[in-house]
Design a protein around this ligand. Structure first.
Ligand code: 4AD
Ligand code: MG
Length: 478
């Protein structure tokens, strides 16, 4: 017997009259006759029709929502209007029962909050399996883009001794006894006695190590988990998230912006081409959700139109100073509607400002570059004005910052000066500064927050709902 998936069945053309075997989970069972079977391979269920008169009562009773079953039978053209084919079942085997009284995922609409509490079962819903299929294809498209463009994939370490972003938001990695740690002569914890002989943390970014590989292999990228212990409980922050970080030798900030734009357009086109059923499902969900909102809060474009809009239109590119002028003179700033008012050049933009630029002013993705040096990381290339650095952020509608990147400071003396200024011990970064001693060159890169990309691609508004098992402050269940 041919063991197949529902996706195989729906994607092949000569299927009627074939005998197949399929395993999956029961979504619904009605009239003691019709099983809606889902195996996760695609959004669609397969209707399986049971001959109940010739089926054991015990089996019939066990076919309930959530149960795992295997069905054997013949594919036939369907009488119903909802599907083209259905399975006429010869044999139904119960693989794993599911108590209908206790199974949390009922065939009805559940709230996102409820499903977060049942994250181990939420991928059995259409919404979550669609999100996760899109997530899977986005990561495939990312690798494909880089492969097609001559990049090598490098695996940067998860455990590091350096704080790449210098924001001090790291999780410590230690095997010391926290109740009774060894103490040095100054009365401080003696990390020399720790596992690695020094203080180590989970990485906040693979960038610094990726730079070493760009300075030898030219074009590289890393795609891995990153960790931040920032205590921000927002719908856009996770404590553990995935980041894609390309790093390219001999490329400046202009090349970096172009690479990021081409990259984002490529991966979004990939899912429009390959996940249309999932996207349509999520789009309808959103349309229904929008109906509950007042007219002026509804989004102007549906999900798929929004993706196509980003794919087909140029991103708006402006400098920090231009963005600053727009924000300083905009209505919400003048009318003191912003929580943080924009008055002085050098202020960091908050998400309310980013959203204004993207959603009200330009209504398209915006790249802001040449930021004040003071609000950006130590490794960014200082401009001739000595006030700004060649940083770039990409802002997306509904998301805000999705990409952060820069041209890197390749000049040893200036980098060393900056390292001192921000109070990092130069010795800790000896290998990073070595890269500026031996064959230094212009180079650039950026980091794309993978979950923020998945949010944009699926229209899901809380970042906790686009990663299988979210890690956030006070929450590491599952
Ligand atoms: O802007 P960030 O902090 O940049 C870096 O880490 C650089 N080292 C990247 C590079 O140049 N190679 O982070 C990059 C992106 C952000 O734009 C955002 O999309 C995402 O990572 N991000 C988060 N996503 C989810 N939860 C968080 N707590 C995030 N912090 C950053
Ligand atoms: Mg950033």
């Amino acid at each position: 017997m041919n063991e197949v998936s529902i996706s195989d069945i729906l994607n092949s053309n000569k299927i009627v009259d074939k005998k197949v075997s399929i395993s999956g989970w029961v979504r619904t069972f009605r009239a003691n006759r019709f099983i809606a079977l889902n195996d996760g391979s695609c959004l669609s269920n397969l209707q399986c029709v049971i001959d109940y008169e010739n089926t054991d009562d015990k089996v019939l009773k066990a076919i309930s929502t959530g149960a795992a079953i295997n069905v054997n039978g013949t594919l036939v053209s369907s009488q119903g209007s909802k599907q083209n084919v259905e399975l006429r079942v010869d044999k139904c085997k119960i693989l794993g029962e599911s108590d209908p009284e206790l199974y949390p995922i009922q065939p009805k609409k559940h709230s996102f909050e409820f499903l977060r509490e049942n994250a181990h079962l939420r991928s059995r819903t259409n919404t979550f399996s669609s999100i996760m299929r899109i997530r899977s294809n986005l990561s495939f498209a990312i690798h494909e883009f880089f492969k097609n463009n001559g990049f090598y994939y490098v695996h940067t370490p998860i455990i590091t001794a350096s704080d790449a972003e210098g924001a001090g938001e790291q999780f410590r990695v230690s095997t010391l006894d926290i109740k009774n740690p060894p103490i040095d002569e100054n009365g401080r914890v003696d990390y020399k006695k720790d596992f690695f002989g020094k203080e180590t943390n989970l990485t906040v970014s693979g960038q610094l190590e990726a730079e070493a590989y760009a300075m030898s292999m030219g074009k590289v990228y890393t795609f891995g988990p990153t960790f931040r212990a920032e205590n921000s409980n927002t719908s856009r922050h996770l404590s553990e998230f995935w980041m894609i970080e390309p790093e390219v030798a001999f490329m400046d900030i202009q090349g970096n912006m172009k690479l990021a734009e081409d990259f984002l357009k490529y991966i979004l086109s990939y899912i429009v081409d390959n996940n249309i059923d999932d996207l349509k499902f999520l789009e309808n969900r959103l349309i229904n959700e929008e109906k509950q909102k007042p007219q002026n809060e509804r989004s102007e474009l549906s999900l798929i139109k929004k993706l196509k809009f980003v794919i087909d239109n140029d991103f708006k590119i402006i400098t920090y100073s231009e963005a600053f002028e727009i924000l300083k003179n905009c209505k919400p700033n003048k009318k003191k509607k912003f929580r943080f008012l924009i008055n002085e050049w050098g202020a960091d933009f908050q998400s309310e400002h980013e959203r204004f630029l993207v959603e009200k002013e330009f209504k398209c993705p915006v790249i802001i570059y040449n930021y004040p040096a003071k609000i950006k990381s130590f490794y960014m290339r200082l401009n001739e004005d000595e006030k700004t650095v060649r940083a770039m952020d990409i802002l997306f509608p509904g998301i805000g910052e999705i990409v952060g990147g820069s041209q890197r400071e390749e000049r040893l003396d200036i980098l060393l000066k900056k390292i001192k200024e921000v109070g990092i011990d130069e010795k800790e970064l000896w290998w990073y500064t070595d890269l500026r001693k031996f064959g230094t060159a212009v180079h650039s890169g950026f980091g794309l927050g993978f979950e923020r990309l998945v949010m944009f691609a699926t229209g899901i508004s809380n970042i906790r709902d686009v990663i299988p098992f979210p890690r956030t402050p006070q929450n590491a269940e599952f």
